[in-house]
Write a protein of this length. Structure first.
Length: 240
């Protein structure tokens, strides 16, 4: 058997790829890194190359393409420990939580994670799903998922009940809600985001304390959920 095929067959952990996200992982999460696969010489800064030299393996382009499932790997892939989820008991101690109501697209979720981390949300809970592609989400969040507390809890009703019991006020994103610029927010708050196709579920709406919206200057259906999330998180985080 080809030596590279043997390496490929022994991969047990999460694979991420692309220069920006891999460099972030190498710089910030050294203890989680198992193997660095390089298909383009010179892609690593010398300091990182020396630091990871014992864990570096060089690949032919065809194997890099196979490992990335034909994604744009940009000459580098990293095998690292599987993403470790947070838990509800930990997030209940925070101040600003984002809850995703049946969102499944890893691109949208990754973009929300990136904005949430950059803008100061404390954690994210995904509901209405049992599993998500964490490898893809690490990539689409530009590595922010590795720094953001994130947990999957399928039943949104249970999640919202528990958050309300410890003093969180629940705000749901909806085109029928009050203009976000006119809202005041409590210290402990939750932003609930529904899927683009369905919006907030009936179960979520029954628990939410207040619906909020983004005022549109031109007639248009809606913003992409990740774009809307950025605006809402920024406003809620910085409201006085």
């Amino acid at each position: 058997m080809d030596e590279t095929q043997q390496i490929f067959d022994k991969i047990l952990f999460m694979i991420i790829y692309g220069k920006q996200v891999c460099l972030h992982a190498l710089q910030e999460h050294e203890s989680a890194i198992k193997t660095v696969y390089i298909a383009k010489r010179g892609i690593l800064p010398q300091k990182l190359f020396e630091a990871y030299k014992p864990r570096i393996k060089f690949l032919e382009e065809k194997w890099a393409q196979k490992m990335s499932k034909s994604g744009n790997h940009q000459g580098i892939l990293v095998e690292m420990e599987e993403f470790k989820q947070s838990d509800l008991s930990t997030l209940k101690k925070e101040r600003f939580i984002v809850v995703l109501d049946m969102l499944t697209d890893s691109g949208n979720i990754g973009a929300i994670v990136r904005s949430a981390y950059a803008l100061g949300a404390d954690g994210i809970i995904a509901t209405g799903v049992k599993t998500l592609n964490f490898s893809s989400m690490v990539r689409t969040s530009s590595g922010a998922l590795l720094n953001m507390p994130f947990v999957i809890i399928p039943n949104i009703g249970d999640v919202l009940n528990e958050l309300k019991q410890v003093g969180f006020q629940l705000y749901g994103a909806s085109s029928d809600g009050e203009n976000i610029n006119d809202c005041q927010f409590t210290d402990k708050k939750v932003l609930v985001l529904g899927s683009e196709g369905e919006g907030l579920s009936k179960k979520a709406i029954s628990k939410i304390d207040e619906l909020v919206s983004i005022e549109m200057k031109h007639e248009f259906d809606s913003l992409n959920v990740s774009a809307a999330a950025s605006i809402l998180i920024h406003r809620m985080r910085n409201a006085t």
